[in-house]
Design a protein around this ligand. Structure first.
Ligand code: SAM
Length: 238
């Protein structure tokens, strides 16, 4: 009988966010695929989990696919973890999930830590429907993606690096205007967690005075009805 593939979320900061079921699952599988085996070894050691670790990241996910599928078809159970949060969400995992689907193999994804959910709920912006855009393209297609998001009526959630946060807020303000509401959550579940809410203009002023550090999620309010996005020339330099 074929084995099973588990996508297993791991904490995005606070180790207490791991659930008993996540620990049980990691203890029950034959292999764990880890994005960075050194980072994951420390986490697994903390929870007394000793399992063979195989390296699985964006640079080898094509090459290792067949080998992983063979293991599952041979009856082994395999868990995928990433450095933090839910695998497949701005992390490797999709190709494996798609291949299991093609071959009729069972996949189980455990509920657990994922940065986008606390960020959108904490933002105070509408969250009954929303879009997740992951990371913006850094070069090609960046401008058109920003324009598309600016025109979106639903709240949009984005991942961003602290080094690019200000540049991204300015780019959005040039299309959406300074008055569009947004929120930036930093270091969720960690010691220096904070969420700053305000207009794009207010956030730009805040992060110009307080250069951001740590891990960042941006939440942008949807385009208000009857608003026509245009290029807003502003005083902030990128
Ligand atoms: N798979 C992860 C998840 O489920 O959220 C996301 C992995 S992606 C490579 C890493 C990005 O997620 C970071 O650059 C940041 O935008 C966001 N992120 C992860 N942990 C975070 C945290 N504790 N606070 C804020 N953002 C976080």
């Amino acid at each position: 009988m074929a084995g099973k593939l588990f996508f297993v979320p791991t904490p995005i900061g606070n180790l207490n966010d791991i659930s008993p079921r996540i620990v049980e699952t990691l203890k029950s599988v034959d292999f764990i695929l880890a994005e960075d085996t050194r980072t994951s070894r420390n986490l697994l050691k903390h929870f007394n989990i000793e399992k063979p670790l195989l390296s699985y990241h964006k640079f080898n996910e094509h090459k290792t696919l067949e080998n992983i599928i063979e293991k599952i078809e041979a009856g082994h159970s395999v868990a995928v973890i990433s450095d933090a949060g839910t695998p497949g969400i701005s992390d490797p995992g999709f190709m494996l999930s798609r291949e299991c689907r093609r071959r009729g193999l069972t996949v189980e994804t455990l509920p657990g830590p994922c940065a986008l959910i606390p960020a959108i709920v904490n933002s105070g912006l509408p969250c009954e429907r929303f879009c997740f855009e992951g990371f913006l393209p850094q070069k090609s297609g960046r401008k058109s993606r920003i324009e598309m998001i600016a025109n979106e009526g639903r709240t949009t959630v984005l991942y961003e690096s602290p080094l690019r946060l200000l540049k991204t807020l300015v780019a959005f303000s040039e299309i959406c205007g300074q008055e569009r509401q947004a929120s930036v959550s930093r270091e969720i579940s960690k010691l220096h967690e904070e969420t700053i809410r305000g207009t794009l203009g207010e956030l730009i002023v805040h992060f110009t005075k307080n250069p951001p550090k740590g891990e960042i999620v941006i939440v942008l309010a949807g385009k208000p009805e009857n608003d026509t996005p245009k290029i807003h020339k502003n005083k902030y330099k990128r």
